[in-house]
Ligand binder design. Structure first.
Ligand SMILES: *Cc1c(COP(=O)(O)O)cnc(C)c1O
Length: 350
């Protein structure tokens, strides 16, 4: 049985969170002398002399409307990376607890685990980059607190099978985190719709990829209100700055523009998949539900160096488990993609 109160670290369960001036007084007033701000103003926009809303309610209300998830089930962080770190800090006891992840996958889970001194139990994906459920069953221990699933997965690009994730959600008593950073490029449906069926489900999304806002740093975690409460207790009080909150609010009104970019990028991905798979230099283009392709080349190392010399930088993943010979290629603008294709043709003829 899933029991959040036994899952959370005892010190976090009993933590009395920092109480900011903005937490303690929430009513209407026009003289604010409670937070030691500069009452005269700011060299920038005039209201930047004030601390921002610690719980980002305006942004959350807009996200709530778009995603159809109640405000109290939304956590906002300084990138998904903050949410990842907070989940470790809320639920995993350093030196005692463990988490499971499925390599090859996003590097931040491992780095964050190491920073927090949490033991990692790695269960490699199968050769088709799916979950190995038998190996997973063996790997789960009483002190396993979180299972990290990235879907669509980085760097492989594929989505993890729904029935397998369902199996994990139904049978694991810790948290199951599904990182959907690339969900907008996928044909698969988001796990957000299933949030209320699974008290142990946490879904991560971000403004960094499809929304085109990696520079402003805003990530989202969706979970039960109880999980979100714990994350809010532990986060730095003002983790999203006022300009970030304002920019996010503005951007969230531009769904149409974002959807147009998604259509363009997915079309480009399909075309690149076709073009690359016809090249003699290419051994395999892995199926992708994301805005990048994992491509196995005959000589990835030489090609990588050649592309760098041509001013084109892709990600060399050839030293990553199960990705031998592979480069990870982000889908660029149509002109950038054409440049890349031409460079690979030139490499082949050099
Ligand atoms: C890019 C990426 C993120 C985004 O992290 P942010 O901190 O929100 O920029 C999260 N998860 C995965 C798997 C990614 O590839």
């Amino acid at each position: 049985m899933f029991n959040l109160e036994t899952l959370v670290r005892p010190n976090i369960r009993s933590l009395k969170p920092y109480s900011s001036a903005r937490d303690e007084f929430k009513g209407e007033a026009n003289v604010f002398l409670d937070a030691n701000e500069n009452s005269l103003g700011s060299p920038l926009v005039k209201w930047y002399n004030r601390y921002p809303d610690p719980l980002q309610m305006n942004v959350k209300e807009k996200i709530s409307f778009i995603k159809k998830i109640p405000v109290d089930q939304i956590f906002l962080g300084n990138g998904s990376d903050e949410a990842i770190d907070l989940l470790f800090r809320c639920f995993c006891e350093p030196g005692i607890d463990e988490v499971i992840l499925f390599p090859p996958t996003y590097g931040m889970y491992e780095v964050s685990a190491n920073i927090n001194n949490i033991k990692l139990n790695k269960v490699p994906l199968t050769d088709t980059f799916q979950l190995d459920l038998e190996a997973l069953e063996q790997a789960i221990k009483p002190n396993t607190k979180i299972i990290w699933i990235c879907s669509p997965n980085n760097p492989t690009g594929n989505s993890i099978d729904r029935e397998d994730i369902e199996m994990v959600l139904n049978n694991f008593d810790g948290l199951v985190v599904i990182d959907e950073a690339y969900i907008n490029f996928s044909r698969q449906k988001s796990w957000l719709a299933d949030l209320n069926d699974y008290p142990n489900l946490v879904v991560l999304q971000t403004l960094s990829k499809a929304w085109g806002l990696a520079g402003i740093r805003m990530g989202m975690a969706f979970a039960s209100a109880a999980v979100v409460d714990y994350m809010n207790k532990v986060k730095p009080p003002y983790n999203l700055s006022q300009p970030v909150q304002e920019l996010a609010l503005k951007a969230l009104d531009e769904i149409g523009q974002v959807n147009d970019m998604i259509v363009t990028l997915v079309n480009e991905r399909q075309q690149m998949e076709r073009l690359l798979s016809e090249m003699t230099e290419v051994e395999k283009v892995y199926p992708s539900d994301a805005n990048f392709l994992l491509v196995k080349f005959k000589d990835a190392t030489s090609l990588y160096a050649y592309l760098v010399a041509e001013g084109i930088v892709v990600r060399d993943r050839s030293n990553v488990e199960k990705c031998a010979g592979c480069l990870r290629i982000t889908i660029g603008t149509p002109a950038e993609n054409e440049k890349l294709i031409q460079a690979i043709i030139n490499f082949n003829q050099a």
